[in-house]
Design a protein around this ligand. Structure first.
Ligand SMILES: [Mg+2]
Length: 101
């Protein structure tokens, strides 16, 4: 099974909450949608950028989404004592059960 391992830091100069990270994730998902749609000229607006610029924007926003999701994982671990590593194994098992792997 091919895997992509992502290691992102806990943000030490912010105090994220479940609600603030949820809002931030939606904001970052919106920016990712903007990069994939608007900047590639798919929204009908005239704000099209060149391909290299679009790819860079997509990757930047995708990592913002991953960072925010990571921050939410730290919040959930702190609040509820959940072991995200164990949950990741359950997640992969779920993917197997659904026949995605
Ligand atoms: Mg962003």
């Amino acid at each position: 099974m091919e895997r992509k391992t992502i290691s992102l830091p806990r943000l030490t100069k912010l105090t994220p909450t479940l609600e603030s990270t949820m809002l931030k994730i939606t904001e970052e998902v919106g920016e990712l949608a903007q990069a994939i749609g608007k900047f590639r000229g798919l929204s009908g607006e005239r704000d099209k950028k060149d391909e290299a610029e679009v790819v860079r924007a997509i990757v930047t926003e995708l990592l913002d989404v991953a960072q925010t999701a990571t921050s939410m994982m730290f919040v959930i671990e702190d609040l509820y004592g959940i072991d995200i590593s164990a949950e990741m194994e359950r997640h992969v098992e779920k993917l197997r059960r659904k026949n995605y792997l």
